[in-house]
Structure formats: structure tokens, C-alpha cells
Write a protein that binds this ligand. Structure first.
Ligand code: PHE
Length: 336
């Protein structure tokens, strides 16, 4: 009997060490139909003197097995927990995944800055169609058919009378047709010309038109507004220069330069040694245009200007090739 107990014990220890199915082992040894119970049933064949001794041994063995099984259970549970923890490690010091954030295109940034200056002066934003009638783009602006100045603004025609606007100036006409003075609007937008693309030309580009009509508006109002605009865009020390020019829809007309904000006027690479950079066309609204729109030129006067947005973006951001603005190359765009 003693040997049987020892044998069973050795077998149990061995199985316990090699098996992970603890519950099966517990049933096998300690269960009601288990090996230990079977052993106790065999007590009948043990002599009365030996019975207490054997009984004690069996109890000891039961206790031993119970403890060993508990211990193994705890060990397995701990190992499982450890494995789980190792698999689910969360390193809070690992840098997060970068979420790319977009930003405004440099042209849109420039347009916004320009717009903000004029909105701050009380101008509101007006819009006009990009597919425009010849009448608004040319005729009403004192550019009749066959006028030679049309050559400089050759554009794309849909029909003889419908075209892609070559300037934002037609918005002037549309606004004046619909609203009586006082008028103070700007109109940023896309314009088209039949120019092949190169470093400084593009068949599609952008302008910002300005128009102010009221009683007693003079050239000095135009100068004041454009001077303030120039200082806001290019720095407080910027000076403005008006050069006589000709536009059919303004009289007098001027091309407007700003003093170079890189060299301050001494001459450098940006201003090509000139000290001045041309940024826009402007003038007093031609009486012909006012009366075309039903505004009496005897009663009212106004000024208008048109700025190239690409031009302003390129000189303020230091971009030397216009085509870069349209290529949507993220390596370029992310610099601004
Ligand atoms: N529309 C003119 C151009 O594209 C610019 C301009 C606008 C000139 C308003 C005078 C007044 O060249």
C-alpha cells in the first residue's frame, strides 16, 4: 500500500510538471472517481494497526496534491497575465503618428491678405462670372470691337459674344449697373488670356479689382487707398509711384509701382536694379463707363484699380516662376 501511494505521488508530480490542463489532473487525482479515492477504497485490505498510518499518508498526499495544484494554477495564471501584458504593451513615450494638416495655397493666402486690407477700409466683396459677355469684358469698358487695346488681352472665345474674361474689370460694370453710388467693392477672381505659360505668364491667373464711386472722389483718394494697401502688403516704409499710362476705361490712368521692399529703392535682384516694382493698373473711372452703367458722370466720379494676385504673391513670397503656383507639388506648397 505504501508503495502504491509513493508511486501515485511520483506519477502525480511528473504529470503536474508536464501538463497545463490542471483541472483535468485535479479530477484525475482528487475527484470522486479519482485515483486517491480509489486508493482509500483499498483501505479494507490494510491491517487495523497499519490503517491510521496509511490513512495519514493518504491525507498528507491529498494535502500535498491540493497545494501543488493550487500553486501550479497560480503560476499558470501569472504566466498568462504576463504574456498578455507583454503582448499589449503601450509605450506612452512613443511619438504619435503625424496627422498631415493642410493649409491655404500661397495664392489664396495672398488674396486673403489683400482682401483683408480693403475690407478694413470698408470695401465689400463682389463677384462676377468667369464666362463673360464681350459687352462686359470689353465694350462697356470703352473697348469697342477692333479696338487695338484688345490685342493685349486676347482671350478664349466661346462664341463671338461670349468669352473667358481677360480681366476682373467687367465686375465694375456689373456692380454699377445694379447699384447706385456710394459704391466701394473689390472683386478677386480668375481671369484668362491666350498667353503660353512661362515663368511670368499663364493662360489662367488671378486679379483683384477695386472700385469706388461716390460724389467728389478724386485721384488723391485713389492714391491714399493704394498707398495704405502698399504699406500693409509690403511694409510700412513702402513708397508708391504713379506712372502715366493708358487704359480705355480710366482717365487719367496710371501704372503703379511700389518701392522695392528688399533694397528699399537702391536696386537689387528682385526689382532688377530699378528700385521699383510694378504691381497694378489704376485710374479714374472713365465718364463713358459711368454713363454706360447709368451713373451720371457730372454728379459722380470714381477710381478703379486692378492688381495681379500672382504678381503680389511672387514678390512677397520670393517665388521666381509662376508655374510653380499651379503644379500642386506639395514640396513647393508646404513651404508657405
Ligand atoms: N483691368 C486692367 C488690366 O487687367 C487693370 C485695371 C483695372 C486698370 C482697373 C485700371 C483700372 O490690365
Amino acid at each position: 500500500m505504501k508503495e502504491l501511494i509513493e508511486k501515485l505521488r511520483a506519477k502525480a508530480i511528473e504529470e503536474l510538471a508536464s501538463s497545463d490542463d490542471i483541472e483535468a489532473l485535479r479530477i484525475k487525482y482528487l475527484g470522486k472517481k479519482g485515483e486517491l479515492t480509489a486508493l482509500l477504497r483499498g483501505m479494507g485490505s490494510v491491517s487495523p494497526e497499519e490503517r491510521p498510518k496509511i490513512g495519514q499518508m493518504v491525507n498528507e498526499m491529498r494535502e500535498y496534491l491540493e497545494q501543488a495544484i493550487d500553486k501550479k494554477k497560480t503560476e499558470l495564471a501569472e504566466a498568462a497575465l504576463e504574456a498578455k501584458l507583454a503582448a499589449q504593451t503601450l509605450d506612452v513615450t512613443v511619438p504619435g503618428k503625424e496627422i498631415p494638416v493642410g493649409r491655404r495655397h500661397p495664392l489664396a493666402q495672398t488674396e486673403r491678405t489683400m482682401r483683408d486690407v480693403f475690407v478694413g477700409l470698408g470695401f465689400t466683396v463682389a463677384e462676377g462670372p468667369e464666362v463673360e459677355y464681350d459687352y462686359y469684358n470689353f465694350e462697356a469698358l470703352n473697348l469697342p470691337k477692333n479696338h487695338p487695346a484688345r490685342d493685349t488681352q486676347d482671350t478664349f472665345y466661346i462664341t463671338d459674344n461670349i468669352l473667358l474674361r481677360s480681366q476682373t474689370s467687367p465686375v465694375q460694370v456689373r456692380v454699377m449697373e445694379n447699384k447706385k453710388p456710394p459704391i466701394r467693392i473689390i472683386s478677386p477672381g480668375r481671369v484668362y488670356r491666350a498667353d503660353p505659360a512661362d515663368a511670368s505668364h499663364s493662360p489662367i491667373f488671378h486679379q483683384l479689382e477695386g472700385l469706388c464711386v461716390d460724389k467728389g472722389i478724386t485721384m488723391s483718394d485713389l492714391k491714399g487707398v493704394l498707398e495704405l494697401f502698399a504699406k500693409r502688403m509690403f511694409g510700412e516704409n513702402t513708397r508708391v509711384r504713379f506712372r502715366p499710362h493708358h487704359f480705355p476705361f480710366t482717365e487719367p490712368s496710371a501704372e503703379v509701382d511700389v518701392s522695392c521692399f528688399v533694397c528699399g529703392g537702391k536696386g537689387c535682384r528682385l526689382c532688377k536694379g530699378e528700385g521699383w516694382i510694378e504691381i497694378l493698373g489704376a485710374g479714374m473711372v472713365h465718364p463713358f463707363v459711368l454713363s454706360n452703367c447709368g451713373i451720371d458722370p457730372e454728379e459722380y466720379s470714381g477710381f478703379a484699380f486692378g492688381v495681379g494676385i500672382e504678381r503680389v504673391a511672387m514678390i512677397t513670397l520670393g517665388i521666381d516662376d509662376m508655374r510653380l503656383l499651379y503644379e500642386n507639388d506639395e514640396r513647393f506648397l508646404s513651404q508657405f
